[in-house]
Ligand binder design. Sequence first.
Ligand code: NDP
Length: 330
Amino acid sequence: ATQIVLASRPKGTPTKDNFRFENIALPALKEGEVLLEPVYASVDPYMRGRMSDAKSYVPPFQVNAPMEGGAVAKVLESKSELLRAGDMVLGALPWATKSIASAEKLQKIDASLAPSSYYLGILGMPGLTAYFGLLDIGKPKAGETVVVSGAAGAVGLVVGQLAKIQGCRVVGLAGSEEKVALLKAEFGYDEVINYKTTKDLDTALKAACPSGVDVYFDNVGGEITDAVIRNINFHARIVLCGQIALYNETAPSSGPRFLPMILTRSALIQGFIVSNYSERFPEGIQQLVKWVKEGKLHYQETILEGFDRLPEAFLGLFSGENKGKMLVKI
Ligand code: NDP
């Protein structure tokens, strides 16, 4: 098999040089284990954090050890009663063309319910992040204005549609004209601001949110967040989901300080990690599956073909190459 290891820890924005391809021989299967062939591998922004050695909620990747991430895989051989050859599973797997895993750590998926790749997106970690972050922390009410940064990404696409289902006005921020058009035409966004071409985000937000901002779902941080917070209403809720604009910084940046706005608007700002909600995942999945089946939730994926393209797909998250969930078909 071939695997991709972390060759070195990135300083600033990661590059292809931070990865290395290696050939490996897999050991024989032990009792309770299965041999897997990945079908779809997910690349996610949180992996940037794991490439550094800073302590976080998931342990760092080790240099010279394989990268790892969410994947949908097919069971080729099984030495476990839990799984059979041909089963499709979801798990945290090494970036490798074949791998061995303990069957207990894998989740069997029902590929007849939805395309198997959806378990890495709308019916998986990103979809659940949108669901619990928006509904549990954002608590949007009908008629309110919800702003979403990173609106055209895996999480953002779902957040906007969930806010629409709740009867809100939905305003997004995204990084290209193509994404702006897509969000308006296919995903129900009322207004979308191209943050790369808009010089004055504050004025653009005031125009897009004439009644102010009640809920801000933040995937991005940095200057976008500074501008949104200048426009929040009394009792606004800020859902701190991600800060991708800051993940590649080499030193903490200082910017406009918005805490006085939080104070004077009596606003709530709350961070969260989706795994906080793991006990409620079945509820979230059930609701998301229902809305997907009813056609109330649409989804989009950007799928690169070929195992070799995993590093490229990952790096593309930071330059906005993806519309919806970024995946690699192995
Ligand atoms: P996305 O699919 O949204 O991919 C990342 C997107 O971020 C890119 O497409 C790009 O779009 C945008 N982006 C990249 N760099 C910048 C920048 N400097 N400024 C503004 N936008 C940028 O990823 P996900 O949907 O998987 O994740 C979205 C966010 O949610 C991330 O911050 C992630 O870390 C976080 N997250 C948090 C979880 C939690 O439990 N709290 C769980 C899952 C995700 P564009 O073209 O618009 O720039």
